[in-house]
Design a binder for this molecule. Structure first.
Ligand SMILES: Nc1ncnc2c1ncn2[C@@H]1O[C@H](COP(=O)(O)OP(=O)(O)O)[C@@H](O)[C@H]1O
Ligand SMILES: [Mg+2]
Length: 366
């Protein structure tokens, strides 16, 4: 499950609108999605037409340490459409941080919950976390649980003001992570008739450089209307330019190499884990994998990248490291570099002597 937090401490920049419509477009492209509404205002919940009732458990009960055994995840998950679910919340979430924020592991409660979702309920392709407009405990929970953060930025002076604060927060988050959080920024509520919009675009681009989506979400009244009707833009106006913007975003997100977080399910790594680790051909190149729970860095170098080491990304608690190199070679030599030490591939027995009197791993792909 690839976990994407939609976060920015500023309110009104399009977090909820993006959570709803990015998720709906992922679902439109046949991905299974779980939206997690972390904002006590419950805007994703009602924006997707889900009503919470008194006495029915919500995300609060799942995150609260007072209910270690109950409720079941399936008692809280609500289905918006097939393969498109939400963990809803309401104002009761306001109390969570006040009640339990002092607990030493409070900031990891969501991460643990999402592991539970995968184990006990369902392994979705994506979980999309709609964060509250602050950098408090719930947002920290989201950042600790996420693989990636998407930061919506709307064109205003105040948004530029907050970018430094977000970058600072991300650096702090990364200090406690093995794999750095993937960062994407998204320009929202863009109105090309306002000259200020273009200025902000240039500033945001300078700040986030390659991390800014080329897709821009324009200011579309249909997005407001869709939210008010309790539907995503996919149901509300599938022919609209607003739908096209969010669809473009999802396509860019899925296709673009952001120092690539591989969609686990597409590559079927759980199956791969069982039967074969050697390099293998996948749709967009050759997949290299290495298994180590203890390594703090694993890199790959070979003919295909002129022996310039490129990092693998750690995928899971079992210590599976992966990287796709976008080439179409049939034969090649390569080596892994584990914590700085060059070594042959332990899962692939064929070697070839190199010019330095040592051996490299050698692969012939059929
Ligand atoms: N691209 C857009 N075009 C028009 N209205 C938008 C757009 N994105 C968000 N809005 C509206 O702006 C307001 C704030 O957006 P919202 O997604 O709730 O922000 P946040 O969750 O960051 O507080 C809402 O009324 C929403 O309908
Ligand atoms: Mg919101």
């Amino acid at each position: 499950m690839r976990v994407v937090a939609i976060a920015n401490q500023k309110g009104g920049c399009g977090k909820t609108t993006t959570s709803i419509n990015f998720s709906a477009c992922l679902s439109f492209l046949q991905k299974s999605v779980l939206v997690v509404d972390l904002d006590p205002q419950g805007h994703s919940t009602c924006g997707l037409g889900v009503k919470t009732q008194k006495g029915t458990p919500t995300l609060y009960e799942l995150l609260s340490p007072l209910y270690p055994n109950a409720p079941l995840i399936s008692q809280v998950v609500r289905t918006v459409r097939p393969d498109f679910d939400i963990l809803p919340c309401d104002f009761t979430m306001n109390a969570l941080e006040e009640e339990f924020g002092f607990l030493p592991n409070f900031h990891n409660r969501l991460r643990d919950l999402l592991s539970r979702v995968v184990r006990e309920h369902r392994d979705y392709d994506f979980a999309v976390l709609d964060c509250p407009p602050n950098l408090g405990g719930l947002t920290w929970n989201a950042l600790n649980a996420a693989d990636e953060i998407m930061i919506p930025v709307e064109p205003s002076f105040f948004s530029l003001h907050g970018l430094g604060k977000i970058s600072e927060t991300l650096q702090t988050v990364d200090r406690n992570r093995q794999v750095p959080l993937g960062v994407h920024a998204l320009l929202t509520l863009f109105n090309s008739e306002m000259s200020f919009s273009q200025e902000v675009y240039d500033e945001v681009k300078a700040h986030f450089r390659g991390h800014l989506f080329t897709t821009i979400i324009h200011d579309h009244i249909a997005l407001k209307e869709a939210a008010a009707s309790g539907h995503s833009i996919v149901e509300y106006a599938p022919q609209s330019p607003a739908f096209q913007d969010y669809l473009n975003l999802v396509v860019e997100f899925l296709e673009r190499d952001w120092n690539r977080k591989l969609p686990e399910k597409e590559l079927g790594w759980s199956q791969v884990l069982k039967d074969h680790f050697g390099p293998r051909r996948v749709s967009d190149g050759i997949l290299f994998q290495f298994l180590s729970k203890t390594a703090s860095s694993v890199e790959i170098a070979g003919d295909f990248n002129h022996w310039v080491a490129e990092p693998l990304v750690r995928r899971n608690q079992d210590g599976l490291w992966q990287r796709v190199i976008p080439v179409e070679l049939k034969t090649f030599c390569y080596k892994f570099i584990v914590d700085g030490e060059w070594q042959v591939d332990p899962n692939q027995p064929v070697h070839k002597e190199n010019a330095y009197g040592g051996v490299d791993s050698y692969m012939e792909l059929v």
